[in-house]
Design a protein around this ligand. Structure first.
Ligand code: PBG
Length: 339
């Protein structure tokens, strides 16, 4: 069959037909909303590199989350900005740490109405800004400082358990240490948290698109970079190695991060493991690009946001972590449809 018998345009003439044959749908349940909880402020503070996005003190989370719930947004992921940092990131796993307090309050206010995901990483809590514990290794007479994988695991497991103790529903290790998912699974099970899930940042690239987040979370590394633990942007098939390890270690949900520059990876991971729920993180730099261009009138921000989010879903993501969640949910509720 070919033209003129086949005319793809027949399905494009009318909006109603386009909507009926559209392959991808989007709803607020697809989103996980990142929330920055800041122990050092008394009122919400806009993040300068993330226009329209704020850090909140714990007391303001009730009204913020009420606003999210009104828009149908029920999944949140918490990132903490602690008062104090040290070499071992001890406020990451303190029972009265900022995240632990935030989880308790959210569960007290909202119970199971809100699903609380927590980021499990040390970078916001260590004085050096790395995602794990730093050790000195001497090899062949050469001294090197590096993030010690197996020592870091102990602290990351402690962090995950402290989140579960406070009431977190799903912990999300983002630190890219080898074996972290298995170690956390065992730690949670040993402490009776069999039903606390793990969303693994399985495929996380060493990306420059995290720049604005590092300002938001004050988590830029004080020396070096994250290339010894996060993935090389030139690699695609390595994603399958990371994903398969995390599946074997007990991950419940996988994640690819960032999203837009890695749609091929999202597609590959979803088609290789279709039974695994897949999340994608539409990161701070992706958000900033849209905001910067639309504030100057170079692009239509609403249309671009919808195209971005539908594209991430079309590539294979089931869930999207995005700073656009509330604007997108509002547009969807208004029936906004630019297609
Ligand atoms: C690590 C973490 C990072 C992000 C989420 N979790 C930063 C990093 O690896 O440097 C980035 C998210 C974003 O850019 O939106 N705790």
């Amino acid at each position: 069959m070919k033209y003129p018998d086949v005319r793809p345009r027949r399905l494009r003439y009318l909006k109603q037909i386009r909507d009926s044959v559209a392959e991808t749908t989007l709803s607020p349940c697809d989103f996980i909303v990142p929330i920055f909880v800041d122990e050092t402020i008394d009122s919400p503070k806009e993040i300068s590199a993330m226009p329209g996005y704020y850090r909140y003190p714990v007391e303001h989370l009730e009204s913020h989350i009420n606003m999210l719930l009104e828009l149908g947004l029920k999944n949140v992921i918490l990132f903490g900005i602690p008062k104090t940092k040290d070499d071992l990131g001890s406020s990451a796993y303190a029972s009265d740490g900022i995240i632990q307090r935030a989880i308790r309050m959210i569960k007290k206010w909202f119970g199971d109405e809100v699903i609380v995901f927590t980021d499990v990483c040390l970078c916001e809590y260590t004085s050096h800004g790395h995602c794990g514990i730093i050790s000195k290794v001497v090899h062949g007479g050469i001294e090197r400082w590096f993030v010690d994988n197996d020592v870091s695991l102990n602290y990351l497991v402690k962090t995950a358990i402290s989140h579960a103790e406070a009431g977190a529903d799903v912990v999300a290790p983002s630190n890219m240490m080898d074996g972290v998912v298995g170690a956390i699974r065992k730690g949670l099970d040993d402490h009776g948290f069999k039903y606390v899930g793990i969303m693994s940042y399985a495929v996380k690239y060493a990306s420059s698109f995290y720049g604005p987040f590092r300002e938001a979370a004050e988590s830029a590394p004080a020396f070096g970079d994250r290339r010894s633990y996060q993935m090389d942007p030139r690699n695609k098939y390595e994603a399958l190695k990371e994903a398969s390890l995390d599946i074997d270690e007990g991950a419940d949900i996988l994640m690819v991060k960032p999203a837009l520059p890695y749609l091929d990876v999202i597609h590959l991971v979803k088609s290789s493991y279709p039974w695994m729920p897949l999340a994608a993180y539409n990161v701070s730099g992706e958000y900033l690009m849209v905001k910067a261009a639309s504030s100057k009138g170079y692009m239509d921000g609403d249309k671009v946001v919808m195209e971005v989010l539908y594209s991430i879903k079309r590539a294979g993501a089931d869930l999207i972590l995005t700073y656009h969640a509330s604007e997108a949910a509002r547009l969807l509720r208004e029936g906004y449809n630019p297609f």
